[in-house]
Structures are given as C-alpha cells and as structure tokens.
Design a protein around this ligand. Structure first.
Ligand SMILES: Cc1ncc(COP(=O)(O)O)c(C=O)c1O
Length: 326
C-alpha cells in the first residue's frame, strides 16, 4: 500500500545506515564502518531532529502559537532546520548567525525566508565574544534580546529537547538497524545534543558501547588572524576546554564519552573526498572528520570485526565555497 504524508515534519529521522564496504577496502580496514546519513533529513542535516523537537516541545508546553516569531543563535544547520519547520508550522524565524560560517548557509536561510541578523545586531553579543563565547553568557544575551523583541528564543544550546530528539529517535534507530550490534559511535559536537542523547540512550542499552567524540584540532580552529585557515564548520571543541565552554547539555544529561580525537581540517577533507570517490556519498566537513576518526579506531587491532556507527551530519552542498572539494 502506498503512503501519502501529511507534512514535511513526518519525514524527519529514519535516516539510512549504510555499510561503507568500498571505503573500508580502500583503507584496508577490518572493522565495519556504518555511516548514518543524516543529510536524508528534509532540510539536509542532523539538526532537523533537534530543530523540530525544540519547536514541537514549545508548542506542547503552550509557549508558542502560529504567527509568533522564533529566534536562535546558529552556525547554520540548526537555523536551516528551524526556518524549515517554522515555515511548515506558520511561524516567523530569525537567525542570529555565528560569524565565519560558510556563505551557503546564509544564502539558504535567506532563501527559506528567515531574517538574518549578525551578532553585532544583538546588544552585548560582540562584547561577550571578545572574551570568548560562554554558554551562560550566550543564554543571557540571546534571552534578553528575544524578550525585548517579544520573540521566543529556541535556545538550541541548552534546550533539553535538543538532546531528547536523539534519545527518542536517533538512538533507537541505530539500535534497531544494527540489531543492537553496535560497538562504537562516532560524532562531532556543536551544542553536544547528539553526543549527549546518543550516549544516554545507547549506554543504557549496552554500557560497553564506546562513545567517541571528535573536535577540530587547535590548528583548525577559526581565527580572525588567519582567515584563510581551513576549519571544520558547525562544530566546536568540547574536550580539554574551560568549564564554561563544555556543552550545557552534557551536565543536564550526565554525559559520558570514552575518547575524543583532535582532527585536522585537511585530514577531514581528504577522508570526505575518499568517501565520494569510493562510495559516491558526497559528504560535508564534520562528516569527513567523523569518517577520519572512525578510520583511526578501525585500524586498532581490537576493533577487528566490530561495528563502528559514524554520524554523518550533512552533505557537501553547503561547503562548495570552502577548500574541501577544490
Ligand atoms: C555540520 C554539523 N555537524 C555536527 C554538528 C553537531 O551537532 P550537535 O549540535 O548535536 O552537537 C553540527 C551542529 O550544528 C553541525 O552543524
């Protein structure tokens, strides 16, 4: 029997898990690399899950009603998801854009009808950035700004509905699609919602599952002094950083991870290019970094025959202006 969906919101999640045989072979790996292809979500990334869940939770709690304006601080993917579901549900959406993200993200947000603001448009934001972005500072500055405008602040960084999206859907999808045979899960971290949610769900199912994080290496961080430097867009360092830069969601969900890899942008780009050449999947930057990380794990003798699930957050279409595929 056929199926006709009622709304774009029904298409979020249930993304495919694909064994990357040809990539494994090209690298001489003896572990199984299983890519979770999050670009199959309607607006093209993993962040559709958090965006939809945050909006639906606020609706459920009676905090928002169609016609209202929603606002968030975003490096792009969450904003693109929030703009998409705001449209589908009758809200207006304003994105305060993180400086220095790829130009495609702003173009897509505009095309979706979102209003774009720079951090300089938000009182107190630029001052806060001078001392480094603190999550507490961000919540206050953005919360006050939203209040002054009469908008609802979606607050992806500390809204528990973000991590819960992965407890309710991404985690169970991985568990069911592997019949519980999952040994490692590899992901990068922006808000930390994915890692917090997957760690909470999967470790409850099997405390021996290894939760592997990855972050941009110091040499690959955005730096206004080196604007030409290659970076890994959309993700942040979370391991070995000061307490106020550790994702707020980690404390909320008592998050555990076993290891964190520092990834150099050029290695992430090369891993992404190798996947497109061997498998045909056209991956974004953090997905390339996740593949590189999974490859390091797969090369360890103890990983032989093990299943490594790799969260591939988005595809390459948003990175054509960067050096990844040049
Ligand atoms: C490309 C990309 N990868 C990974 C992530 C990490 O997701 P999370 O916010 O759940 O940590 C993000 C977050 O925005 C992202 O944009």
């Amino acid at each position: 029997m056929g199926r006709i969906y009622d709304s774009i919101t029904e298409l979020v999640g249930n993304t495919p898990l694909v064994r990357l045989h040809r990539y494994e072979e090209s690298e001489g790996l003896e572990a199984n690399i299983l890519g979770k292809f999050e670009y199959f979500n309607p607006s093209g990334s993993l962040k559709d899950r958090a965006a939809l869940n945050i909006i639906e939770q606020a609706e459920y709690e009676g905090k928002i009603k169609p016609g209202m304006t929603l606002v968030d601080f975003t490096s792009g993917n969450t904003g693109i998801g929030e703009a998409t579901y705001a449209n589908a549900k009758g809200y207006k959406f304003v994105a305060v854009i993180q400086p220095g993200v790829s130009v495609e993200r702003s173009l897509i947000l505009k095309a979706l009808g979102a209003e774009l603001l720079q951090v300089t448009d938000v009182p107190g934001f630029a001052e806060m950035l001078k001392t480094g972005l603190s999550l507490e500072g961000l919540g206050k500055v953005m919360g006050d700004f939203a209040k002054s405008k009469g908008w609802f602040y979606l607050d992806q960084c500390s809204n528990p509905a973000n991590a819960r999206a992965h407890i309710q859907k991404t985690g169970p999808e991985i568990w069911e699609d592997t019949d519980g045979k999952v040994d490692y899960v590899v992901q990068l971290v922006g808000t930390g919602g994915t890692l917090a949610g997957l760690s909470a769900y999967l470790r409850k199912k099997n405390p021996d599952i290894k939760i592997i994080g990855a972050q941009p290496h110091n040499k690959s961080l955005k730096n206004p002094e080196f604007p030409e430097r290659n970076t890994i867009d959309g993700v942040l360092q979370f391991n070995g950083v000061p307490g106020d830069k550790v994702p707020t969601l980690f404390a909320q969900f008592d998050t555990h991870y076993d290891e964190c890899f520092d990834v150099i942008a050029e290695d992430a780009y090369e891993a992404g290019r190798k996947v497109v050449q061997t498998e045909g999947f056209f991956l974004g930057q953090s997905a390339g970094a996740a593949i590189w990380t999974a490859t390091q794990i797969a090369k360890r003798p103890e990983a032989k025959g093990k299943n490594i699930v790799v969260i591939l957050a988005d595809n390459a279409f948003k990175y054509l202006s960067t050096n990844m595929y040049k």
